[in-house]
Design a protein around this ligand. Structure first.
Ligand code: NDP
Length: 272
């Protein structure tokens, strides 16, 4: 019986991923997680009305104790984890008056650092054959077409998670004094964090080749442009359509040899 967790799934694309996984994993256990217990339980009730039966666990990815609690409960109840869709993220709206320096720190803390903390805490309990689908974005290829050649070389040279951590920290530090553009970055914290997820996924996916557990795949996925609160209801896809590639990556069949790649429209998108 497979056990799946979707982060940030009380609404939006994450919620649609839970719905899809409940349908795909006949007899499996799918955890809808939410930082706010009330919002999470309301979401569970909605899916129950559709005849589905997700489980609930509180998870705030910015709170290490919350991540550790989830890990301990998964280990105790199920002996580990088979599917992880890392969907939780934030994005400042275009008109948000928060200074760019602050937006950079806050976005990085959730979309990259907390994401990495989830990986570091939950990857040790992944079972053989597990699948990780980290949510990236079509904005990563856009960023790639705009950053300096020097930065591209540095992204291409990353060999460890810490190399990616350093690149992301450098962006945040430069943003504090508005120097990021002078060093080849662009004026988008959100896009930078999603490139960070792609680079991290490459390292993590390739590292799994040497893992003693067999056939674990770590890849990332671009949902496309989806009508959610994050996109202020714009977008050309419904949340169910946005979930498709994320769920496809989470269900890649045994023996698939795709490690550390980004998928768009259910195909590898080798943009960097
Ligand atoms: P929403 O803003 O609709 O949903 C985001 C979800 O993440 C919410 O459940 C939110 O919870 C949760 N979340 C945020 N911070 C945390 C945290 N610290 N801990 C746990 N959960 C958290 O966004 P979308 O559904 O649009 O986005 C889902 C993913 O898809 C994100 O990774 C996003 O970057 C990506 N994406 C979205 C696109 C789009 O067009 N919508 C395009 C490309 C990528 P709460 O309700 O408590 O705030």
């Amino acid at each position: 019986m497979k056990v799946a967790v979707v982060t940030g799934s009380n609404k939006g694309i994450g919620f649609a991923c839970v719905r899809a996984l409940c349908k795909h994993l006949d007899g499996g256990i799918v955890y809808l997680t939410s930082r706010d217990e009330g919002r999470g339980k309301t979401a569970i009730e909605e899916l129950k009305k559709e005849g589905l039966n997700p489980s609930f666990h509180q998870l705030d990815i910015n709170d290490q104790e919350s991540i550790t609690r989830l890990r301990d409960d998964l280990q105790k109840e199920h002996g580990g984890l088979d599917i992880l869709i890392q969907n939780a993220a934030i994005a400042f709206k275009g008109k948000d008056p928060t200074p760019f320096a602050e937006q950079a720190s806050i976005s990085m803390a959730t979309n990259f650092t907390a994401h990495l903390n989830v990986c570091r805490t939950l990857f040790p309990i992944l079972k053989p054959g597990a699948r990780v689908s980290s949510v990236a974005s079509f904005v990563a290829p856009r960023l790639w077409s705009k950053i300096s050649e020097d930065l591209k070389k540095r992204f291409n040279a990353v060999k460890t998670e810490d190399d990616v951590v350093k690149l992301m920290a450098e962006f945040v530090e430069l943003a504090q004094t508005d120097k990021h553009k002078d060093k080849g970055w662009i004026d988008s914290a959100y896009m930078t964090t999603k490139m960070g997820v792609c680079a991290l996924t490459k390292i993590q996916g390739e590292a799994m080749l040497a893992d003693s557990r067999d056939d674990i795949l770590v890849n990332c996925a671009d949902p496309g442009w989806v009508k959610t609160d994050m996109s202020s209801g714009t977008g050309n896809k419904t949340t169910d359509e946005g979930a498709e590639t994320l769920v496809y990556v989470a269900l890649l069949p045994p023996g698939t040899k795709t490690h550390g790649k980004m998928f768009s429209d259910c195909k590898v998108n080798d943009f960097w």
